[in-house]
Design a protein around this ligand. Structure first.
Ligand code: ZN
Length: 313
């Protein structure tokens, strides 16, 4: 199952399948189709409940959309390039309307691209305080030279927290302090729907990016997966930043896999090996058939250990 691969027809089926879709009738369905065609023609929507959806525009990360009479809450807002298309797709959902709040699960531009228009419209942008701090400064990734400009003030999170928070009675959120992906990772839990949105703290598709420049590290991936298991039960649907919806058993198997890799990389580090030698040692060998070429991941994961053991180096 892949929300990114969903077709418009599947979206319409999902829309029609909901009670709201039936009540709203054909003109609204045509409108929804038109709006999506105007975006890219292939935006996909996965319906998790009558008021909770995952919207995916090709090439973009998952966006969780909660609709209510008070307006729409988003978990992540896509990239700036896709923001307009995303807002159109959201407006065409059953119960869709203006966004009043967006969560930034972390600072990466794939998550924070709607901050500027939403900030200008006076909407609430919630993030862990570390995420706000990263968005106030320029960041450069040494491994590929990629540069990220700080966001203008209006686009920065305007409500931050340190540990946990709640939005109304049904939405609880909190910090994932293990630094799985960055040191500002957060989850959002929709209690009524039993849906847990986790951003890139869980990699739903292939090997993860280990952004050690902003705090992420391989040990944090393991720690985050362990922590998130305590927030989920057998029925919880877990929405990662990319890829299909997951369950508790996926967290468990990922926890075991990354735990194994973490142990092997730590041993290599203790023997004084370097990133190239870590890649050559094939510490992910038995997982590669399923996960794909690991070289970049292994290199970053190993470098993240260096960064972790000597943060000022
Ligand atoms: Zn990310």
């Amino acid at each position: 199952m892949n929300p990114g691969g969903q077709t418009r027809r599947q979206l319409l089926k999902a829309t029609i399948g909901s009670a709201a879709g039936i009540v709203l009738g054909a003109p609204v369905r045509r409108l929804a189709a038109a709006a999506l065609q105007a975006t890219s023609g292939t935006a996909g929507t996965l319906r998790l409940s009558d008021d909770l959806f995952v919207v995916t525009i090709p090439g973009e990360t998952n966006v969780v959309v909660h609709t209510s009479a008070d307006g729409v809450v988003l978990v992540d807002g896509g990239s700036a390039r896709a923001s307009e298309a995303l807002m159109k797709a959201i407006a065409s959902l059953p119960g869709g309307g203006p966004v009043h709040t967006v969560f930034n699960t972390h600072w990466h531009p794939e998550q924070t691209g709607s901050n500027e228009p939403l900030g200008k419209a006076g909407r609430t942008i919630i993030a862990q305080e570390n995420t706000r701090l990263w968005l106030t400064t320029d960041v450069t990734w040494p491994w590929n030279g990629q540069r990220f400009k700080r966001l203008p003030k209006i686009a920065q999170p305007n409500r931050t927290f340190y540990t946990t928070g709640a939005l109304g009675s049904g939405i609880r959120y909190g910090y994932i302090p293990d630094a799985a992906h960055t040191d500002g990772d957060m989850y959002v839990y929709f209690a009524q729907q039993n849906v847990l949105a986790v951003g890139d703290a869980v990699s739903g598709q292939g090997w993860p990016v280990v952004d050690y420049v902003t705090g992420g590290w391989i040990g944090g991936i393991v720690g985050g997966l362990q922590r998130l298991q305590t927030l989920a039960n057998e029925e919880t649907r877990i929405v990662p930043g990319r890829g299909p919806v997951r369950g508790l058993k996926d967290l468990k198997s990922q926890y075991e896999m990354y735990g194994t890799i973490y142990d092997r990389l730590s041993q290599l580090l203790n023997k004084g090996r370097g990133p190239g030698e870590a890649v050559a040692a094939q510490p992910t060998k038995e997982f590669d058939a399923q996960m794909g070429n690991p070289d970049e991941f292994v290199r970053r994961a190993f470098e993240s250990l260096w960064a972790y053991v000597s943060p000022d180096a």
